[in-house]
Ligand binder design. Structure first.
Ligand code: BGC
Length: 1000
């Protein structure tokens, strides 16, 4: 019998002979399944009349029936379930046809098992068509409101089911460990308890509608740089007291699925890691659903017996052929390499058992989701097994309610960080021309910032109002609100005075020009030629189109085919000529920009294709982006979008070039259009654009009564902000800081509205009067922001992440550390390569990231508390337009395990508002010193809404595990006995009440 623990050449946990455990899972499946709490149907405020019958847990198959189903499958049918593929059935079986989901696994028609369709989240339902873009999860976290999380989940569940989706690839419960990590906006913040409470309710919400929730990314994928290889070193206590807390909460809420991560954890990849997937996930957390790989995260066929049930997005390692061979012949032992441990031989029968186990995990989860009722054991069996699908809501009917939910969630997430002199809320008298009015600036004021980039990005329904438009509606009086870009990301269309037609003799000896084109040489503009739609190798000339209807060559004064003037579908074009840089007082750094829409591809060559053929690389390159017709910004970062409200669907690519006055470069701009008429513009941002934009903004702000500046950061999957430079990543991109400082210097009532997905530095914080963090607010962010600014909604969000005071005061920076090797005491980011743990004397090809190892359990605010560092704005912080007083703290023993903490909160202001009192527990002196303990950790919170003068007594239960620390190597929670202190307050640093109590 195969026993991985018998291997001696790797450092893996000797407990991990868990290949046997899935057999136990099969034989004792009934016991394991009942260990998972089934999620009860929940009445949902937003689901309203559209709510379909709560489906989770209503599947009728028993475990013996599920086992029988597995035993009736052919091996090919079984292996067909353990990998993704291309949905071949959506056109015929989905209400909206093929909607472009992220993943699919085929079903088994013969047995009545339907396919599973999977859509991304966690900001809504992400498909190839427009959908409701909810606020980014970090905003949800700022609500500190589990009921909002349940609504969020139910909204997604209904819309997901309406579009034929079965699995939601969310929530993401990785922590904000690295303050610049690209996907921080997709997380639920830096505190595992908060994240767990919210993730659990999202799971309950989404699964109540019959959609399977998939907690991701298991585990420690807290960064994007090098995510598919980097190794996270982390000890057992840290693992259990940070991210695992949230995964555990989601699993206890019944999450049917878990996505394993790209990165390595203690040297082994997340999707082949027997310790994390076996010992921890299946054993300690009692997870019984299916594990699915992140897209492309499987590395070896043995990842299946080591704990990953489904490979996505297609079979690369888990191919039907390879698995059939493994079952027939077993697999041989594999020797260790520098990057991988040795693997023992696995017998054919163990392979069969492993495949059966994975299939059982999938089917039992489908049963929970009520998806197996068309099988011979199901309640919809009609003599012949046929896949059966529960009723779905109509997407069209959900749209209005979902938009209202998106707006309500965004308003609830609004986090007011500063409000000196009650500069907010704005009043109608602020916005009159008599007072000087309100000047609004920043690109995201007019082009609403919905969400970050990458796989979570939902393409929103059209017609969302920008914050500026929404503010205008509330301001009432005409002329009182005005806009100036302040920070111009888009520049201007390159004027004809800087362009001249190509001279075949002087500039382009080998150029494919027509004889008549010589007439355009040196004339203002660029030569436009129609070319074939064939893609050519970079550096090659395009082929001139001479077919039917070929356009004659012409000189375009500017390249600007936008608005009503577009280029016909399925055509391709080239513009060429010279660009002559005019004198510019701002310097020599120019940005050349290509804006396009409905393109198959577009490239800009600068000084490419010279006669020698050198210098032929593409300088700006935009490939087709699957944006739905009429929708904007699908998955694009802020600097890759257009901010022109008249042309919102354009996307942009930039090439920065240094040009002295009078310097000439060849331009060659190409566009291959798509199936729709395409658009294209050639723009530039001149070196003095920054000074000019700021000067205009300053002039406008001088005479305005108040100045509102919208500023943003760019969170996206695939890269961390600032690349590997965390200090750079923490700053607002571009010259936004300079703009804010310059405006604040001339306008005493400056308010900054932030659309950031995570912490940013605010060097200007002391000089502005107001700071409002609106996060990435979803498609209704415009009206939500306007409502908060005008006081129609009272801000009540609390920071789910600490905002540092400087780039050298974050958990990822330790000025006193001395050793930057993989085993050193510096929290290295993005990591270093080190010695191989598998082959003596060899070096790994992957990097090891040491933040978690160096900081241990001191993540987020715990690090600031431990190191005595004062942040700019602490975890849990957020102001209101009213004020609250705390009193009457009492800590008493609970009838269940743990303690009950009660206290009273009173609204002492004159406006109705919500407050989130937070409960933190201090450390225990009786735990061994080898166990790290937080100075204080969050153990409870409760959002309360109070009218002026009203008060409420709140009781928060703190259970025994929250009073405990994880002890390794004993591998269990140890209660922190003795005298402890309970703190209650309005943030992690504004602790209004405290009381001692004893734990015995
Ligand atoms: C992301 C996952 C996502 C998957 C499918 C991956 O790149 O890391 O979060 O669910 O793609 O789109």
């Amino acid at each position: 019998m195969f026993d991985p623990s018998s291997k001696s050449s790797d450092n893996r946990n000797s407990e991990r002979n868990w290949l046997h455990r899935p057999r136990r899972g099969l034989v004792l499946g009934a016991c394991l399944l009942t260990a998972v709490g089934l999620v009860a149907a929940a009445p949902l405020t937003t689901a309203g009349a559209q709510s379909v019958k709560s489906a989770w847990g209503s599947g009728t198959l028993t475990n013996p029936e599920l086992l029988q189903l597995v035993s009736q499958m052919t091996l090919a049918e079984e292996t067909g379930l353990v990998h993704g593929g291309t949905d071949t059935t959506c056109a015929t079986t989905l209400p909206l046809g093929c909607v472009g989901q992220a993943g699919w696994i085929q079903g088994v028609d013969r047995l009545g098992i339907p396919p599973l369709r999977m859509t991304d989240g966690p900001g809504g339902v992400r498909l190839g068509h427009v959908e409701t873009a909810l606020p980014a999860p970090v905003g949800l976290a700022a609500t500190f409101d589990p009921s909002a999380a349940k609504t969020f989940g139910a909204t997604v569940g209904l819309a997901g089911r309406a579009t034929g989706q079965d699995v939601w690839l969310a929530p993401m419960v990785n922590s904000v460990t690295y303050p610049t990590a690209g996907r921080n906006f997709e997380t639920l913040g830096e505190d595992p308890y908060l994240a767990g409470q919210l993730a659990a309710q999202e799971v309950v919400g989404v699964q109540s509608q019959g959609m399977i929730a998939e907690l991701k990314h298991f585990i420690e994928n807290d960064f994007e740089n090098g995510r598919s290889s980097t190794n996270v070193v982390i000890n057992d206590q840290t693992l259990h007291e940070t991210e695992l807390v949230a995964f555990e909460a989601g699993i206890q809420a019944g999450a049917g699925s878990v996505m394993c991560s790209y990165n390595r954890i203690n040297n082994e990849y997340g999707c082949g890691n027997a310790t994390t997937l076996g010992n921890i996930l299946r054993e300690q957390l009692a997870f019984t659903g299916f594990v699915q790989s992140d897209w492309g995260a499987v590395h070896k066929i043995t990842d299946l017996p080591y704990g990953n049930d489904i490979e996505q997005p297609s079979a690369r390692s888990f191919t039907d052929v390879a698995l059939a061979d493994a079952v027939a012949n077993g697999t041989p032992a594999v020797a260790a390499t520098a990057d991988f441990p040795s693997y023992p031989a696995i017998s054919g029968s163990d392979w069969k058992q492993a495949v059966d186990t994975s299939v059982f995990h999938i089917l039992s989860t489908m049963n929970e989701a009520n998806l197996l009722e068309g099988t011979q054991f199901g309640s919809h069996f009609a003599g012949t097994a046929t896949p059966w699908v529960p009723t779905r809501a109509s997407l069209a009917n959900l749209q209005a309610t979902d938009a209202a939910t998106a707006q309500a969630l965004s308003q609830e997430s609004a986090t007011l960080l500063k409000n000196d002199g009650q500069v907010l809320p704005l009043s109608k008298s602020d916005a009159t021309s008599k007072s000087g009015g309100v000047i609004v600036m920043g690109p995201t004021a007019i082009a609403p910032y919905y969400d970050g980039g990458g796989s979570s990005h939902v393409t929103p329904y059209d017609g969302s109002q920008s914050p500026y438009t929404a503010l205008g509606h509330l301001a009432g009086s005409a002329g009182a609100l005005s806009y100036t870009p302040g920070y111009d990301l888009d520049g201007q269309v390159v004027p004809s005075t800087a362009l001249s037609g190509p001279d075949p003799a002087a500039n382009y000896p080998n150029w494919t020009l027509n004889a008549a084109d010589t007439a355009f040489a040196g004339q203002p503009g660029l030569l436009r030629q129609q070319v074939t739609t064939d893609a050519v190798v970079s550096g090659s000339q395009p082929v001139l189109y001479t077919g039917a209807g070929a356009a004659t060559d012409q000189l375009d004064a500017t390249v600007d085919y936008t608005g009503a003037k577009t280029l016909p579908a399925n055509t391709a074009w080239r513009w060429s000529g010279l660009l002559t840089a005019p004198a510019n007082p701002g310097g020599t750094n120019w940005q050349l920009k290509v804006f396009v829409a409905q393109q198959a591809s577009s490239q800009l060559y600068v000084d490419g294709l010279t006669s020698s053929g050198s210098g032929s690389s593409r300088k700006a390159d935009i490939s087709a982006y699957p944006a739905a017709p009429n929708s904007s910004y699908a998955g694009l970062s802020e600097s890759a979008r257009s901010h022109d409200p008249a042309n919102p669907t354009l996307q942009q690519a930039t090439y920065s070039v240094s040009l002295a006055a009078g310097q000439q470069v060849h331009l060659d701009l190409r566009l291959i259009g798509g199936a729709q008429p395409s658009q294209v513009q050639l723009r530039w941002v001149a070196p003095d654009n920054q000074t000019a934009s700021i000067a205009k903004a300053v002039a406008a702000a001088k005479t305005a009564h108040k100045a509102l500046i919208f500023a943003y950061d760019e969170g996206t999957e695939g890269s961390d902000r600032g690349g590997s430079d965390q200090a750079a990543g923490l700053g607002l991109p571009g010259y936004q800081d300079a703009l804010i400082s310059a405006v604040a210097a001339v306008n005493p009532n400056t308010v900054v509205v932030l659309n950031t997905g995570d912490p940013v530095l605010m060097p200007w914080a002391a000089n502005v009067k107001g700071i409002l963090e609106m996060w990435y607010p979803g498609q209704e962010g415009g009206p939500a922001t306007a409502n908060v600014l005008f006081g129609n909604a009272n801000p009540s969000g609390k920071l789910p992440v600490t905002f540092p005071a400087s780039a050298t005061q974050t958990p990822m920076y330790d000025p006193s550390c001395t050793d930057t090797t993989a085993t050193g005491n510096c929290p290295m980011y993005p990591g270093v390569a080190g010695p191989s743990p598998f082959v003596a004397g060899a070096t790994t090809s992957y990097r090891t990231i040491t933040g978690m190892q160096v900081n241990g359990i001191y993540e987020g605010y715990r690090w600031y508390d431990e190191k005595g560092v004062t942040p700019l704005y602490p975890f849990g912080y957020g102001l209101s337009y009213t004020s609250f007083a705390y009193s009457k703290l009492h800590v008493g023993h609970s009838t269940s395990n743990g303690v009950d903490v009660s206290f009273s909160v009173k609204n002492t202001g004159s406006t109705k508002g919500s407050e989130v009192p937070q409960v933190y527990v201090g450390s225990s002196a009786e735990l061994p010193t080898s166990i790290q303990q937080a100075v204080r950790k969050l153990v409870g919170f409760q959002r309360v809404t109070l009218s002026p003068g009203a008060s409420q007594t709140i009781t928060v239960h703190v259970d025994e595990q929250q009073l405990s620390s994880w002890a390794s190597p004993a591998s269990k929670w140890l209660v922190g006995t003795g005298s402890r202190t309970m703190y209650v307050g309005s943030s992690s640093r504004d602790l209004r009440l405290q009381a001692g109590f004893r734990v015995s």
